[in-house]
Design a protein around this ligand. Structure first.
Ligand code: PNS
Length: 167
């Protein structure tokens, strides 16, 4: 990187309850585009999460260690305020299908209104990941279905033990 260039920092925010292979693909692809990628978990969500923020951070850390420019963090409050505090000019979001688009468009417009200097960058999910959501993965494993290839193996182990009551 030339010495005079400001490093490009991006935030990839979400619930990550838990991280799926769709999220991981976004992380891999985005990490190649920017100098630093901060994967940020929203704390104090309204919805009852399956995993605590700490557990989700651990699961993320386990799978991002091959990418030296990826950092794991958590945040509270407005995403754009957090992005601004971290010096990030980009928010990355994934789009799987047209059904994601409307919600993402609203958030991107609202975030731009709040902090016009921060851009939202959309990456299209790979076709093979376009049906994978954290919510469906949890439902399938809870009902005894096969989720291999949908989440990283370490996450699958945690999900199995969570739903078999071992924890
Ligand atoms: O994984 P998710 O649930 O799709 O992530 C949603 C997230 C965390 C990106 C969104 O809920 C968010 O940014 N929350 C922080 C509060 C905020 O900034 N709200 C205004 C959004 S326009």
């Amino acid at each position: 990187m030339p010495e005079h260039r400001t490093p490009i920092i991006a935030i990839y925010p979400g619930s990550f309850d838990p991280i799926t292979n769709g999220h991981l693909d976004m992380i891999e692809r985005c990490a190649r585009l920017v100098d630093k990628l901060i994967v940020a978990i929203l704390r104090n969500e309204g919805k009852e999460p399956l995993f605590t923020v700490l557990e989700r951070m651990e699961m993320l850390a386990e799978v991002v260690h091959p990418y030296p420019n990826v950092e794991i963090d958590s945040f509270d409050g407005l995403l754009v305020d957090y992005a601004s505090e971290r010096g990030a000019r980009i928010i990355v979001r994934g789009i799987r299908a047209i059904s994601d688009y409307e919600y993402e468009l609203q958030m991107a417009h609202m975030n731009r209104r709040l902090h016009p200097e921060i851009e939202t960058l959309f990456l299209m999910a790979r076709e093979e990941n376009s049906f994978i959501t954290s919510r469906l993965v949890k439902e399938v494993i809870r009902l005894g279905g096969n989720i291999s290839g949908m989440v990283p193996p370490t996450v699958e182990v945690r999900l199995r033990s969570r739903f078999s009551g071992e924890e």
